[in-house]
Design a protein. Structure first.
Length: 373
């Protein structure tokens, strides 16, 4: 279960969503409590990135430990050390692998073992043959035992109606204390699912005001570049602020949005034309670095950049088409000189990417006739 444990890693410019859980790594005779990171592309980080199959091998060899020895030594980095006394573990290697596979499905928005189980149960309820019941029972038993109680999302009934339904009258569930399923037990379980179906049908009629959730396009990374001249078909290069796409703002011409930004950032009016006339955006930045910054610039700069980007994409429709072609992708902007403007391998705030997404949304709104030109 992912809950609020959300993380990501960046691979080839794309953010791969992930989550984590605690686990023990066994190195020699010592156990280390660590975070086990699980990513949507099927890789697992347990002190190194491995595939699920490689992770299974680490479980088989005990490198990732699910059994804890009496008297064994353990530690949590820079937190504590202790010795196991009467240790109890609720995991087995098979159970942990099953949970990891379920998590990967959840991160991808695919039905996990619980989803596949509930689909099989619906098929059985629609056509109550013993063959369909056997399929539903197998799907239920394929849900990791640690997850079965949560399958219905009902913490009052837990999985009791489900395990009784798939067992059927005269049979036994996977829990020995249930005993033999009576007809009364079975009828009660059927009534539960009929009520659940009515509740779900009612809930399905509620449509979110903004419409159903949609999947997101893969993230687009805007890598560092130092263009000096415009090129035919610049592609994503044209989305960089320093791409030589001249703009006119308040009656002043600038070779690029970046040069306009640096010219407007300085306090001395006489310095601004010099910066605007610099040969490249990098040269403009160097000149601006040596000048006095405008008062309160750090609080005004996002508004200034937004204004400049609107001008750029209004005055260069061909670049606006490139921006629109990124669909709803997260735009990850590299800026080696700024953790404010750049994402910088997840270490920065990515304001450049965020403002490009804002301008993209405005362009779409105008194209759809939602906002005036």
């Amino acid at each position: 279960m992912i809950g609020n444990r959300i993380t990501h890693r960046t691979a080839d410019g794309v953010r791969i969503p992930g989550t984590w859980r605690h686990a023990f790594i066994r190195n020699g005779d010592h156990h280390f409590l660590t975070d086990l990171f699980i990513y949507a592309d099927g890789l697992v980080d347990c002190w190194e990135l491995v595939t699920v199959e490689e992770f299974e091998e680490k479980l088989r060899t005990g490198w990732v430990a699910t059994s804890l020895p009496e008297g064994g030594k353990a530690s949590a980095d820079q937190l504590a050390e202790w010795t196991f006394s009467e240790p109890q573990s609720w995991l087995t290697p098979e159970l942990l692998v099953a949970e990891v596979r379920d998590t990967i499905d959840q991160l991808n928005g695919r039905p996990d073992s619980t989803g596949r189980c509930l689909a099989a149960v619906e098929a059985f309820l629609a056509d109550r043959t013993e063959q369909n019941r056997a399929v539903a029972r197998a799907a239920f038993l394929a849900v990791p035992e640690s997850r079965r109680r949560y399958a219905l999302g009902d913490m009052d009934s837990k999985d009791r109606p489900l395990r009784i339904l798939v067992a059927g009258p005269g049979n036994r569930t996977y829990l020995s204390f249930d005993g033999t399923v009576t007809q009364e037990d079975y009828d009660s379980a059927l009534a539960y699912f009929e009520q659940r179906a009515r509740w779900r049908a009612k809930r399905a009629t509620r449509v979110p005001a903004d419409g159903p959730a949609t999947s997101h396009a893969s993230a687009v990374k805007l890598y560092h570049s130092f263009p000096k001249e415009p090129v035919d078909g610049p592609g994503k290069l044209g989305l960089r602020h320093d791409y030589p796409a001249p703009i006119t703002v308040a009656g002043t011409d600038y070779p690029s949005a970046a040069q306009a930004y640096w010219a407007l950032s300085v306090a001395e009016p006489e310095t601004r034309p010099v910066i605007a006339a610099a040969e490249t955006a990098a040269a403009a930045r160097t000149l601006a670095d040596a000048a006095l910054r405008r008062e309160d610039w750090e609080h005004a700069r996002t508004a200034v950049m937004t204004h400049l980007l609107r001008a750029k994409y209004d005055q260069h429709p061909e670049l606006a088409e490139i921006l629109l072609a990124t669909d709803d992708a997260t735009l990850i902007y590299d800026d080696m000189n700024s953790t404010f403007w750049g994402d910088n391998a997840g270490q920065g705030r990515n304001w450049s990417g965020r403002l490009l997404e804002l301008v993209r949304s405005e362009l779409r709104a105008r194209r759809a006739g939602i906002l005036g030109v």
